[in-house]
Design a protein. Sequence first.
Length: 253
Amino acid sequence: MKHLDGLLDGLEDSAEVTRVIRRFAESKMFASYARASATKMVTSLFTDAGRTWRQAARKNSQGRRIYEALQRELNGRLGLDVRMQIERNAALIKSLPLDAAKQVNEKILSDTLKGIRASSVAEQIRKMFPGVAATKASLIARTETSKTATALTEARCQALGLDWYVWRTSEDQRVRDSHNLMSIVLCRWSDPPNPEALDGESRTFGHYHPGGIFNCRCYAEPVIDLDLITWPAKVYYGGRLQRMSRKQFEQIA
Ligand SMILES: [Zn+2]
């Protein structure tokens, strides 16, 4: 973004500003930057999560099975998932400059609109662009990091035949009400909940796993051993939250 800022210096016409941003967004240099950042993001998560899993595996009776599966995973489905996630993140990063430019344009149009000279519009864009781009970048980083972490956990669970996870929140003030409601709820990978609908909110974001929407820091903790769950437990099943005994859960799991 700093590099782009330099390119915009001294431009007097808003159409020209947009053109330069577009050219930059479509350049080979920016494409390889986007790919490199996306790769770094996913692989660093991958090794972090790998460490946590290996630690969990050591403590668990199924440790050996989990460890062996971890060794195999990069050659199989998870490798594919990781590559797909990198592609998705790279595409998001690539779209960032133009999205930010569009947002700045819209804001200027709605704020000031009539009678303003093209050169001062261009100046406004130049002034606002870095801030808007930075905000967008950190939102993408936060949201996609959580999504990527969850996608990796899901892929690992699939490889191991683990169908359920516990919805975990970061357990602080900033957790949304709908996710507080999901805290420590058992969920099935094949049946993501709609937390806002369960919470009776009018604005919903569809069905998703922990970390699945903007600014969400929740994560999925795989259910490896039913002995580690406190029974009775809250379970998302049949489209609603239910309290179940271990026996009831074993019948549906
Ligand atoms: Zn959350």
